[in-house]
Design a protein. Structure first.
Ligand SMILES: Nc1ncnc2c1ncn2[C@@H]1O[C@H](COP(=O)(O)OP(=O)(O)O)[C@@H](O)[C@H]1O
Ligand SMILES: [Mg+2]
Length: 392
């Protein structure tokens, strides 16, 4: 695939100011002024008695890549379509770049949209599909040609101008969909599961391209997906939805290492979630008698029942041949191997403790387990830093 990146000093002069296009430059810088591009103020959406979105406040920063992540039916598309103006909220106001757009029709909101099913016009070729939004806005022929060329360069489709959508692969069709979206330099790009219809390898490739495009354009991008890996990989921040409410909004790191609830810990990555009781400052008790050092106990009174999270790749197998010293705040357990598998260079094993509890362990290279039979006794260790008491 070839694409030509235009260096900043080669960017074309601002081209046109036409109806619906406030910004004609092909490139936006990423150092946009601080502030919010999109704000939800008390937005909710109900259909009869059923609530698609409970009262929600949400702010998307200028230039940010924000993913809306969550299971099917959790309200992701509802949020996206309320931003776009395709769905009218039941309560609340939508503010775009400081202006309340609640009563502004979709076409006048200056947004670009990319859909899972591409939504290309089948009887038009690639050039005309991409030119379509410019023609609606009445740009001149020369402007249209330059903008379409620039957009096709950005998605690596120069030379495909005369193809019809049906003569292209799914990945190529979605590139056309993306070109049609960026061609009029929208101030916000909305994507609803854009890679949902593609196979894994293409998805990975297009993820990289979408990330690069976002970097180049510096546009605020809101991206809907139910794939947690995709959300963590792409986003500056992730808004995890559950049942029409925000479960947590934060950086991928925060969601992964500091989930606020069992739902978040469970939805994002694999986890050991351990029922425990706060014993003292910095320690919890679990499995009746065992004590574990934890990162955080603030806000929890002694005796409170909590859930404690330990990510499986934060647990190390103790290997006598290395004789690693035990940190004073480390946690240590011994159990027997009840399951073991080797996946893509990782060893994934389940350890059965004497209490009956299972612990999931993932390790990159562990000489102690490489040829270990089921039933073998194994000691593992993890730091208090990686032992997180969930807030709720
Ligand atoms: N037009 C509609 N009429 C009734 N219920 C709807 C309608 N659109 C969406 N819903 C409901 O609202 C909830 C949220 O939907 P949606 O935002 O599309 O979820 P997601 O995109 O996360 O899969 C779902 O329970 C869905 O069934
Ligand atoms: Mg949806």
């Amino acid at each position: 695939m070839s694409h030509v990146l235009r260096a900043k000093d080669q960017r074309p002069p601002a081209l046109v100011v036409a109806a619906g296009i406030e910004e004609a430059e092909g490139v936006r810088t990423t150092d946009a002024p601080a502030g919010n591009m999109i704000e939800f103020r008390g937005i909710s959406k109900t259909y009869g008695a059923s609530v698609a979105l409970h009262g929600t406040d949400l702010a998307v920063r200028k230039g940010e890549f924000l993913s809306l992540l969550g299971p099917s039916g959790s309200g992701k598309s509802t949020i996206l379509n309320i931003i776009a103006g395709a769905i009218a909220p039941t309560t609340g106001a939508v503010v775009l770049d400081g202006t309340d757009v609640s009563t502004v029709p979709p076409r006048d909101r200056g947004l670009g949209m990319v859909f899972q099913n591409y939504a290309l016009l089948p009887h038009l070729n690639v050039f005309d599909n991409v030119a379509f939004p410019l023609r609606i806005r009445g740009l001149s022929k020369a402007d249209i040609e330059q903008r379409v060329r620039n957009a096709l360069e950005r998605v690596g489709l120069v030379g495909y101008e005369h193809r019809k959508p049906r003569e292209m692969s799914g990945g190529q069709q979605q590139r056309v969909g993306i070109a049609r979206c960026i061609v009029y330099s929208p101030s916000v790009i909305l994507m609803d599961e854009p890679l949902g219809a593609l196979d894994k390898k293409l998805r990975d490739q297009l993820q990289g391209e979408i990330k690069r495009l976002h970097r180049e354009l510096g546009t605020t991008l809101v991206y809907v997906t139910h794939d947690q890996e995709e959300a963590l990989n792409l986003s500056d921040r992730v808004c995890l939805m559950n049942g029409g409410r925000i479960a947590q909004l934060g950086t991928p790191d925060e969601l992964y290492f500091e989930p606020v609830s069992e739902f978040v810990a469970d939805f994002v990555g694999e986890s050991n979630l351990i029922d425990a009781v706060i014993q003292a400052n910095g320690t919890v008790q679990f499995d009746d008698t065992r004590v574990m050092n934890v990162k955080n106990t603030e806000g929890h009174a002694v005796g409170t029942r909590v859930k404690v999270l330990v990510r499986p790749e934060r647990i190390a197998v103790v290997d006598s041949s290395f004789g690693s010293p035990t940190a004073s705040d480390a946690n240590e357990c011994t159990g027997t191997i009840s399951q073991i598998s080797f996946v893509g260079g990782m060893t994934r094993l389940e350890l059965k403790l004497t209490s009956g509890r299972s612990l999931l362990v993932k390790t990159l290279s562990a000489p102690a387990v490489e040829r270990a039979p089921l039933g073998q006794s194994l000691t593992v260790r993890w730091s208090a830093r990686d032992t997180v008491v969930l807030k709720k």
